[in-house]
Design a protein around this ligand. Structure first.
Ligand code: PLP
Length: 420
């Protein structure tokens, strides 16, 4: 199909040309004396993205799922109790992994569309006088339902209960797009992947560990080989990896982190908020609802949009893809068919997102949904226009004079006639 694919799944996201160019390298020896000059600064710069000075980032050739595994395997032992809320597909999958590792998971089930239940976390922690709960699993942004939960509130709940459990946060679809403060919120393990806010292809599972988490490494007995923090720490300390790292991904990561820091993290978060808010205006104008049940949980990286009964959300996605070259996110597990998702994170601006919103609008009308043509896209445009930062005044050069005075109409006719 001619033209670009409009990629609006909530990861993988668009890889900026600058990152693609940085990745386009001949392979090198990852044990050369030059290699540490690439790797070591990446670890330092990554800390800024996590907003930590004391944490240590680990970069695994993996995906977010690998980073989940690393967080559990390096800090816990079989039979340990952990506390986790389940309110969407990804919080469910992390719990499933913990159970498959032989951890005892106290699951707090909440409605899909709600955020993490802070009061129930607090209650469970306060009741655990013997501190049997070793870790709290917390999904910052539940990508399946477009719900963002309050990590600072989770930290307060732990502190109020005077509970020493580790705080593990899944930031796969929040870190580098939504405000995240590892040190301030005393997060012990912050998990992410490369294919979302970091604007890279999938291929890296990144986890940042606090000193408190690292101190548990020796006593943690879960099996680990590929995801072993100990091997990684030893090798990283000298600027190397314990096994063959993906060079293009490292070059890409160096570039993407530089881009994020050049834009400024606060500006990145504000841009994501504006883009998300424009999308939410469109959803309202379409007369539809978000899966997020309260605006306080609205995600700035993904909007999960409920379709009315009788409409199959999968059909909207299929038409959008085959007719308009637009990739929208699907409803997962129990949300299958009930919604479609617009990912609005990563390397994105208003006009790119306008393409996604316009395409979703067309696809919804194509499957018979009663959507007023242009309603959503107009609402998004007006929101973005009315909230745009004022442009600094700029003196434009005077209009250049025409190179040659235009011939009069009569003269032109005469010339054309003479040529014949
Ligand atoms: N956690 C969240 C919140 C996610 O959105 C995803 C993937 O979309 C994952 C974990 C799993 O990450 P990956 O697919 O990179 O393994």
């Amino acid at each position: 199909m001619a033209g670009r694919n409009f990629l609006f799944v909530p990861g993988p996201t668009n890889v900026p040309d600058r990152v693609l160019r940085a990745m386009h390298r001949p392979m090198e020896d990852h044990r050369s004396s030059d290699f540490p000059a690439l790797a070591t600064p990446i670890f330092e710069e990554l800390k800024k993205v996590f907003k930590t000075t004391s944490g240590q980032p680990f970069v695994f050739p993996a995906s977010g799922t690998g980073a989940w595994e690393a967080s559990l395997a390096n800090t816990l032992s079989a039979g340990d109790r952990v506390l986790a809320a389940r309110f969407g597909m990804f919080s469910h999958l992390w719990i499933d992994m913990a159970q498959r590792f032989g951890l005892q998971v106290d699951v707090l089930d909440a409605e899909w569309g709600e955020g993490a239940p802070l009061e129930r976390y607090h209650e469970a922690l306060a009741a655990d006088k013997g501190h049997k709960i070793k870790a709290v699993l917390f999904t910052h942004n539940e990508t399946a339902t477009g719900v963002t939960s309050d990590v600072a509130g989770m930290r307060r709940a732990l502190d109020d209960a005077r509970h020493p459990a580790l705080l593990m946060v899944d930031g796969v679809s929040s870190i580098a797009s939504i405000d995240f403060r590892m040190d301030e919120w005393k997060v012990d393990l912050a998990v992410t992947g490369s294919q979302k806010g970091l604007m890279l292809p999938a291929g890296l599972g990144i986890v940042c560990a606090s000193q408190k988490a690292l101190a548990l490494y020796d006593q943690a007995k879960l099996p680990r080989v590929f995801f072993d923090f100990g091997d990684m720490r030893k090798a990283n300390a000298t600027g190397y990896f314990p096994y063959t790292p993906s060079l293009p991904m490292l070059y890409g990561l160096r570039e993407s982190v530089a881009m994020l820091l050049e834009e400024g993290l606060e500006n990145v978060f504000a841009r994501h908020h504006r883009l998300a808010e424009g999308t939410r205006r469109a959803v309202k104008a379409w007369g539809l609802d978000l899966c997020a049940r309260d605006p306080k949980w609205n995600s700035d990286t993904v909007s999960a949009i409920l379709v009315p009964p009788g409409v199959n959300g999968a059909e909207v996605i299929d038409v959008a893809y085959r007719r308009y070259n637009l990739a929208l996110g699907a409803g997962l597990a129990r949300m299958a068919g009930k919604l479609f998702r617009i990912g609005h994170l990563g390397d994105l601006n208003e006009l790119m997102l306008a393409g996604g919103i316009a395409g979703a609008e067309m696809a919804m009308r194509d499957v018979g949904m009663k959507i007023t043509p242009g309603s959503g896209i107009a609402a998004a445009q007006e929101y973005w226009r009315s909230t745009a930062a004022p442009l600094p005044k700029r003196d434009l050069p005077p209009r250049a004079p025409d190179a040659q005075p235009a011939p009069s109409a009569k003269k032109e006719k005469a010339t054309v006639g003479a040529r014949r």
